[in-house]
Ligand binder design. Structure first.
Ligand code: GLA
Length: 677
């Protein structure tokens, strides 16, 4: 039974949902080439035991199917596909282009990326290819086409997975071919060299281009480099990887593939390898990889932020968590395992936020190779383990809540705006404050608003803002004029907009908007920022309300705005820190400092001003999110706390299979999904 897609959000219909058969996807990356054929049989039996529905196959299999240039060995792959199919396990088939074979690197070392210093990397890792290189294009599309021809109509193959984490290790390449492609890209973007000179402000340090022939990839120089050029190169590199996605996708389609095609995006607070907002229309489903950080005591909140961001990329369709870890990873400083129950909570949390499944890297933990200490659903120790019991339990839960597949998270009235190029603009070049995590403010807003039951969407600047009553723009450093207009219009139409510090400072080319900070929003906010006043490490600035700012303050004047809070200490004492201005039917607030202590009080005031109210029960430490289908809705409840909770709910609770009439007892760490009546 499927929840279906609510009519009011059906704009993107027509593309198949990942869980089209009404079951949530459960499983993960399966790398059978690492194991003897005898293990494959055990694998499929265990997959059945755990209720696995889907595996991502072939991510690293290239060298085993194309054993030499145009020499193919399909038998073993056919056998694995057949074994999975016989057991009813669906396949998300990957083009194996994350792992070019050694024969290809030996024959064509020129496809390997070149670093900023102009030095070519060597074979031995993964993603050893330059996205602009024609030889790479040829080989990568050939393998995609061959796979498509062979398995395009195989009934077990439900979805296709282009490459793996495109740009994840090879995002920037500085080889001559990339330089040429960058030059062509700049010609296309700017049209004339004068326009490029203006956009990049090349008069500074006399970096003046006479013709496009002068443009090269930003290889390392002896000093700092132009931040507009660096941002352009980030954008170019993102476009090259999108082009690679399209190339492989088109090869699959040309070979007759009719099922959904996607790739796994690296959507993370810290990760930003591509401008994914511009990729969405090319993907049949948004799929993300997400790994919580063991050292983060509130990792479930970061998860909620990232999941809200995945949902915000395309509100019309469910998305998919393509990779997470069942327990420890191998690449953090200290790779602590997940605690008992955590993987279940996290999986249900992604689904609460609109994922149509919970997939993992990887099925069986590797014994060797780079990832030998990365957890897998089948651990090194085998199945007589707490972890395996949890995997089986998780499979059971996902089976019981499968009817939510296809439904969407209830429309939210709160948006937080985030943008990857805006983050690049902040990170590229020299700044008033270095190593400052500009997206952290977004996460803090998300946490504080979520704690009030507001389930914010995290959306790109290009999103339609009309439906939101509260719009928060935290640390959105670079914005174009159309976004500034959209914010003004949203406020005029009745929304409460909150502009956070370091938003709207530069334009889309990384040029400062002069005439007073924050240039893009100065007028709508009714303020005039004279000077930035970043704080030295360890310093704090006290505000009149008792709030405390760290890292960032500004010398600000309220020109046509009410002062909500002012500095009460230091050189800015008496000057405004937080302002508010009536705009048409709505309001525009400016939070010019990085407020940490008593941040919640500010959030409370903003929420009160906006009039938005929660649509889910608000119980301390219990995350509540509603998914809505055509005829019914489901209330997801996740108790992240250490004490038992009681939550108001009425309906049928699917995890335990029990009627709920008024209130539900949710034990510490527990999860529940109530089909509401
Ligand atoms: C990424 C990759 C996987 C694997 C995991 C490990 O998500 O896509 O192949 O390396 O990281 O966490």
């Amino acid at each position: 039974m499927t929840g279906g897609r609510p009519a009011h959000l059906a704009a993107g219909a027509g593309r198949p949902a990942p869980a089209a058969d009404g079951r949530l996807l459960f499983g993960g990356d399966y790398n059978p080439e690492q194991w003897d054929a005898s293990v494959w049989r055990e694998d499929v039996a265990l997959m059945r035991e755990a209720g696995v529905t889907t595996v991502t196959l072939g991510v690293f299999s290239w060298a085993f199917v194309e054993v030499d240039d145009d020499v193919w060995e399909w038998d073993w792959f056919d056998e694995v596909v057949g074994l999975l199919h016989d057991r009813g396990i669906g396949i998300d088939l990957a083009t194996p282009t994350a792992a070019p074979p050694t024969w290809l690197h030996r024959a064509h070392p020129e496809i390997i990326p070149v670093d900023r210093r102009g030095i070519r990397y060597h074979p031995g890792g993964r993603l050893g290819w330059c996205a602009s290189h024609p030889t790479w294009h040829e080989y990568s599309t050939r393998i995609a086409r061959r796979l498509g021809e062979r398995y395009g109509d195989h009934p077990a193959v439900r979805m296709w997975h282009v490459g793996n984490e495109l740009g994840g290790g090879n995002r920037l390449c500085f080889c001559d071919v990339s330089s040429d492609a960058f030059r062509a890209w700049t010609r296309e973007r700017y049209g004339t060299i004068e326009a490029l000179n203006r956009a990049w402000g090349t008069a500074v340090w006399g970096l003046r281009y006479r013709s496009f022939d002068d443009v090269i990839a930003p290889l390392a120089s002896e000093s700092g480099q132009n931040p507009s050029m660096l941002l352009a190169f980030d954008r170019f590199s993102s476009d090259e990887h999108l082009a690679q996605f399209r190339r492989e996708r088109d090869a699959l389609r040309a070979a007759g593939v009719a099922t959904p095609i996607t790739t796994n995006l690296m959507l993370d607070v810290g990760g930003s390898v591509a401008d994914y907002a511009g990729w969405v229309d090319d993907l049949d489903v948004v799929a993300i990889d997400h790994y919580t950080k063991a050292a983060d005591p509130h990792r479930e909140r970061e998860l909620a932020f990232v999941a809200s961001r995945a949902r915000g990329l395309d509100r019309r369709r469910p998305w998919l968590v393509m990779e997470q870890s069942i327990s420890a990873v191998n690449w953090q400083r200290r790779n602590a395992p997940k605690v008992a129950g955590e993987a279940i909570r996290h999986s249900v949390q992604y689904i609460a936020h609109g994922s149509d499944g919970a997939l993992f890297f990887q099925w069986r933990a590797s014994a060797s190779g780079v990832e030998q200490y990365h957890s897998g659903l089948v651990p090194h120790a085998g199945t007589r383990t707490q972890q395996w019991r949890e995997v089986v339990r998780l499979g059971g839960i996902l089976n019981r809540i499968g009817e939510v597949a296809g439904s969407l998270v209830e429309p939210s009235s709160v948006a937080i705006v985030a943008d990857i190029p805006a983050k690049w603009a902040w990170e590229e070049g020299q700044k008033p404050l270095h190593d400052y995590p500009i997206e952290a403010a977004g996460r803090r807003w998300h946490e504080a608003l979520s704690a009030r039951g507001l389930v914010p969407d995290v959306v790109a600047p290009s999103a339609d803002l009309a439906r939101y009553g509260l719009i928060v723009v935290p640390g959105l450093y670079a914005v174009d004029d159309s976004f500034a207009d959209a914010i003004r219009d949203a406020a005029a139409a009745g929304a409460t907009v909150v502009i956070g510090h370091l938003s709207g400072i530069v334009d889309e080319e990384n040029r400062i908007r002069t005439g007073g900070y924050p240039g893009a929003f100065r007028e709508v906010l009714g303020v005039f920022g004279e000077e930035f006043a970043p704080l030295l490490e360890g310093d704090e600035s006290l505000l009149a309300s008792g709030a405390v700012a760290v890292d960032w303050t500004e010398r600000l004047r309220a020109v046509d705005a009410e002062v909500v809070d002012a500095y009460a200490s230091g050189p800015l004492s008496g000057l405004p820190a937080v302002t508010r201005r009536r705009v048409g039917e709505g309001e525009a607030w400016y939070v010019s400092a990085d407020i940490r202590d008593e941040f919640d009080d500010l959030v409370e005031r903003v929420v009160a001003a906006s009039g938005v109210t929660p649509r889910v029960p608000v119980v301390a430490r219990v995350e509540a999110v509603r998914r809505v289908g055509e005829e019914r809705s489901w209330l997801f409840l996740i108790n992240h706390g250490e004490t038992d909770a009681v939550v108001p709910a009425i309906g049928f609770e699917l995890v335990a299979g029990a009627e709920v009439s008024g209130s539900l007892a949710l034990p510490a760490g527990g999860v529940a999904v109530v089909r509401e009546s």
